[in-house]
Design a protein around this ligand. Structure first.
Ligand code: SF4
Ligand code: SF4
Length: 349
């Protein structure tokens, strides 16, 4: 039974215990992205790097066995700087918005894409729950000006949609903001999309022009609001509240633009009925690859290509729906970023 010191705290652990697990027994949390107890370690992200006295280089805590007499430092300056650098490298080619342009522009930072999904589903009460501020004073002009669809033809009529929610919510309530104010959190913004990316983003979205209410005084009817809601491209990341990359980057003070590389293409893969796959957010941690293998998926996910071009894709040239027949939920839960996310969740998607 090796006895070791972690951040100057002594612990004795069974033979074969990793430094990560030994630290956890002491209540010391070491961040991990490519490791899960149920799927093992890929030692690719190096976010769990720790210093061990006598060793020149930092080592991954998830794959280093505890040894007798070891002295481990999990939070020294060198360790935190390396962790920040590793996160910045992971962010260097990350493509996607943590927060949709409309939500960023909204003074209350309300989750407008989720509000719009509720409207499309006919659930006005849930839409109202997500709106911050007094429904009587709702003003969607600013978010509407920021709407990405405006680059394509006309913006989604956010102002009319929010007024529709206020008029039909059944109460003049002061609702709670759904998220922490997005402007105060670490956020990645992918900026302007190319015409090709925009074109692809529009697949499956209503091509109709902006809906004008038949009675402008009365505002949208249910049918008009639902039809306008279907024009939304859903630019938000469905994992904005539970993305390890975002959380750790914020905790470490990482900067998304510190290392600049060639931006990957923005692709939103909707082949699976329940899952969105965005390869531009993938950090190639390998968790989904290992999980689809474990689950015996006939077209398991695998790494395709080499070097910087390596990406995760289904084997046998199949599509994502065939690769994630049994393992979809496990893969989405394991994915440390928004690369794999559920299309339908409580936020109204
Ligand atoms: S298309 Fe939808 S999610 Fe994107 S900015 Fe416009 S309203 Fe927001
Ligand atoms: S899709 Fe997610 S789980 Fe799979 S390799 Fe990429 S980041 Fe990891």
């Amino acid at each position: 039974m090796p006895k070791l010191l972690i951040d100057n705290q002594e612990i004795q652990v069974p033979e074969g215990t990793t430094v990560l697990d030994a630290a956890a027994r002491l209540g010391i949390e070491i961040p991990t992205m490519c490791y899960l107890p149920s799927a093992g370690s890929g030692t690719s992200c190096m976010v769990c790097a720790v210093a061990i006295s006598g060793k020149e280089n930092l080592v991954p805590a998830c794959a280093t066995k505890a040894e007798d007499g070891m002295q481990v430092d999990t939070r020294g300056e060198e360790v935190l700087a390396a962790r920040r650098t590793n996160l910045e490298l992971l962010l260097s080619d990350h493509v996607g918005d943590c927060i949709a342009p409309c939500q960023m522009a909204d003074p209350n930072k309300a989750n407008i894409p989720a509000v719009i999904r509720h409207i499309a589903a006919g659930d006005t009460a849930s839409a109202a729950e997500l709106l911050a501020g007094n429904l009587a004073d709702i003003d969607g002009a600013k978010p509407q000006r920021a709407c990405r669809r405006g680059r394509r033809d006309e913006p989604v009529a956010i102002d009319l949609l929010l007024k529709y929610v206020a008029a039909h919510a059944g109460r003049a309530a002061t609702a709670q903001a759904s998220d922490a104010p997005a402007g105060h959190r670490f956020s990645v913004h992918m900026g302007k999309l190319s015409e090709t990316e925009l074109e692809r983003f529009m697949v499956g979205i209503s091509p109709d022009p902006q809906i004008i209410p038949a009675d402008p005084q009365a505002g949208y009817t249910h049918a008009e609001a639902a039809a306008e809601a279907k024009r939304c491209m859903h630019c938000d990341c469905r994992k904005s509240d539970n993305c390890k990359l975002r959380d750790y980057a914020e905790a470490c003070g990482a900067k998304s633009a510190h290392f600049r590389t060639t931006r990957r293409e923005f692709i939103q893969n909707l082949e699976h009925p329940d899952v969105i796959y965005e390869p531009g957010k993938c950090i190639r941690c390998g968790l989904c690859v290992r999980i689809t293998e474990q689950e015996g998926e006939p077209c398991a996910l695998s790494f395709v290509g080499r070097g910087f071009g390596v990406r995760v894709a289904p084997s046998l040239d199949r599509d994502i729906s065939q690769a994630l027949q049994k393992a979809a939920i496990r893969c989405v839960e394991a994915c440390p970023t928004g690369a794999l996310a559920m299309r339908s969740k409580s936020n109204g998607s």
